[in-house]
Design a protein around this ligand. Structure first.
Ligand SMILES: [Zn+2]
Length: 445
């Protein structure tokens, strides 16, 4: 049993907050004791109490859209301020130089998951798009099982939850489907405890064919997996119109991907009519402003999507476009840019997107809230320093004040995985060194 005591505020979900304590048992939130209770918990050697004095407690953040491999390729020369058609070959050349294999996937995922945990991300969805047999790298190992397994191992070792999305980016459709099925068969037995989830996802209609979408949908149906893709980044709309004479939403509808269980990331350039159709279809969305803005793709109309009753989660996307995996910073960015494309969104709404909104899109209602019975994934954010002084509303201040803040403690499935701002299960410097040895820094001067 783990007890969180004396919290300044506990954010249960987007519309419920309370003071007091929180009790975690067997990996779940149990009924909390009332505010002001100071009784000491004594129930066995394994029991622990975390003092949350001066802290806001939130559900663990859920990063619904990341590309963990790109954590090895941040601020790469030639990838900033360039068009997607120039970004892609520069990234592909870097992948080819490094050689994408299980060792690199493990080193990059270790860094990406660790960074996430240190920033309060307890669940990350890794949309893995780069395969040795795929066109990005020109290799020959097409099963991808070793890469998926290495990524899953990295997250499990650190204590974070992973959603591994077998993506595709211009892969041969049949090979992508065979690989996806091989990965599912290899890793499905490891998903029972909720620490690993599997999904499938072509990169988008701009990169993958109808056949890839249909084959991966078939695997999702066969094994009960969620489907994820990217849509309506500005470049996606341009290429879809050029190649098919249709907009991406029309193509996704034709190809059977406007259905419940599908999550669409980005959605920058959507019309009012498209928002209505998306809402009617039952899809969910992932907002990724930390990628969309630097790439020049525009700003998704989040308030309009939410008003239309589309569940919106939040993702960082990868290090190739967003050099950080700091989801709370991107929730702040989402608030800052929302008024440029419609009504503002509040801090509670932004936090709700980064927690329950993302979790609903992953089909994981037990994540992203701290209701009794929810998974015991949470963050303790110390709001007692000077950067938070003068804040009237601790939840609004959590997002608006102190940009770049990190949580003091992070708990996943009832286990402390970040304590006093440090990883519990790994040495941060060793993870950095391992990636640095595998991918030497590109000289820039
Ligand atoms: Zn993306």
């Amino acid at each position: 049993m783990l007890t969180i005591t004396r919290a300044t505020r506990i954010v249960v979900d987007e519309s419920t907050e309370r003071d007091g304590d929180l009790v975690l048992r067997e990996g779940m939130v149990s009924a909390g004791r009332p505010a002001g209770s100071t009784e000491t918990v004594i129930a066995g050697d394994q029991d622990e109490t975390l003092d949350a004095s001066g802290c806001v407690v939130t559900p663990g953040l859920v990063n619904a859209h990341h590309h963990l491999l790109q954590s090895a390729f941040r601020t790469l020369p030639g990838t900033r301020g360039v068009a997607m058609k120039d970004w892609l070959p520069t990234m592909a050349a870097a992948y080819a130089r490094a050689g994408v294999d299980a060792e690199l996937a493990h080193a990059a995922a270790s860094v990406g998951v660790a960074e996430g945990l240190l920033c309060g991300v307890t669940t990350v969805a890794d949309h893995h798009l780069t395969w040795p047999g795929g066109s990005d790298t020109g290799g020959s190992d097409t099963s991808g099982v070793a890469i998926a397994t290495a990524t899953a191992d990295a997250a499990r070792f650190l204590g974070g939850r992973l959603v591994f999305v077998r993506g595709s980016a211009r892969d041969d459709p049949q090979e992508a489907a065979l690989s996806a099925e091989a990965i599912v068969q290899a890793l499905l037995p490891r998903t029972a405890d909720g620490m690993l989830q599997l999904a499938v996802g072509p990169a988008g209609v701009h990169s993958d064919s109808r056949e890839t979408f249909e084959l991966l949908a078939g695997i999702a149906a066969k094994y009960g997996l969620r489907r994820r893709t990217q849509a309506n980044e500005q470049v996606d709309v341009v290429i879809a119109l050029e190649r098919y004479g249709k907009r991406p939403i029309d193509l996704l509808e034709d190809w059977g991907w406007l259905e419940p269980g599908v999550t669409l990331a980005h959605l920058c350039d959507v019309t009012e009519d498209e928002i209505r159709r998306l809402a009617a279809s039952g899809i969910t969305a992932t907002h990724a402003p930390g990628c969309d803005l630097p790439m020049g793709w525009g700003i998704a109309p989040v308030a309009a999507l939410r008003t239309a009753d589309i569940t919106v989660g939040l993702g960082t996307s990868g290090g190739g476009s967003n050099d950080a995996g700091h989801l709370l910073a991107d929730a702040r960015l989402a608030m800052q840019v929302a008024p440029l494309v419609g009504p503002p969104i509040s801090a509670r709404e932004a936090l709700g997107m980064a927690t329950a909104g993302s979790a609903v899109g992953l089909g994981r209602p037990e994540l992203g809230t701290l209701r009794p019975g929810s998974a015991a994934d949470l963050c303790l954010w110390d709001v007692s320093g000077v950067a938070d002084a003068g804040v009237a509303d601790p939840v609004a201040g959590l997002l608006w004040a102190n940009p770049g803040r990190r949580p003091k403690h992070v708990v996943v499935a009832g286990r402390v995985v970040v304590r006093d701002y440090q990883l519990v299960n790994a040495d941060e410097r060793e993870l950095v060194a391992r990636l640095g040895n595998r991918v030497p820094r590109v000289p820039t001067l």
